[in-house]
Design a protein around this ligand. Sequence first.
Ligand code: HPA
Length: 273
Amino acid sequence: MDERVVKFKETADFIVQRTTTPPEIGIVLGSGLGTLANSIEQPTVMPYSEVPHFVHSTAIGHKGNLIFGTLGGKSVLAMQGRFHYYEGYSMEQVTFPVRVMAQLGIKALFVSNAAGGVNPGFHVGDLMIIRDHINLLPNPLIGKNIDEMGPRFPDMTRPYDPGLIQLVEKIAAAQHIKLHQGVYLAGTGPTYETPAEYAYFGKTGADAVGMSTTPEVIVARHSNIPVFGMSVITNEAHDFSANFVNAHADVVEAANKAAKTMSFLFRRLIEQM
Ligand code: HPA
């Protein structure tokens, strides 16, 4: 067996020993979005420091807990805080938790993030369903393929599940919740973009930019796990006549505000799957 799979199994075993049923849904909570974890019922909290082979999240606005419990009537395993490439972790470390979730047999992965809105129609506090992405981080599948997990050349024509997108649109429409759909672009960070970079990314087809998510999505799709993704627009990266600077504290605050609506949508979506 591939030695990487041995590690996935060791961590999966650790989680199995502490939980009652296998998780059906995996959830990754981004900057300022960790509050969704509060809606998880009968939670079992596992700090990353106690989970074998996990690294510790150092990003501001991120807690470092794995939370197992029930959401929308289904068993979920949520990451309250993720690992980023800009923290200095390898892509293998960044995506390790999703490999473990795959090993545990999740049926879908939900991902969320805080992002800068480059689409001029996007404003602070808006929510965007991720319809597609542009990955400018190193591809996490570079290296010897883990044949046990998926194929060498995975298909990426439907990175985000069209059925789940349709379902969330229906839920949001019934509640008069305004949602955008768009393309999420992931760069390495940790710098926010220059005005020229925002303009450039906008021209390449991006609607929102961030520093995460695409690695986890690629690894989930490698194992053919359906993915649902949502970005909270925490800063506007299109009106350069405004005199603004990007500050991480503001990004986290804006994310916190929108987290309630996002949590509602995630819960309803899980309920109706
Ligand atoms: N750029 C990159 N990452 C981000 C941004 C941004 O403008 N906002 C929140 N995360």
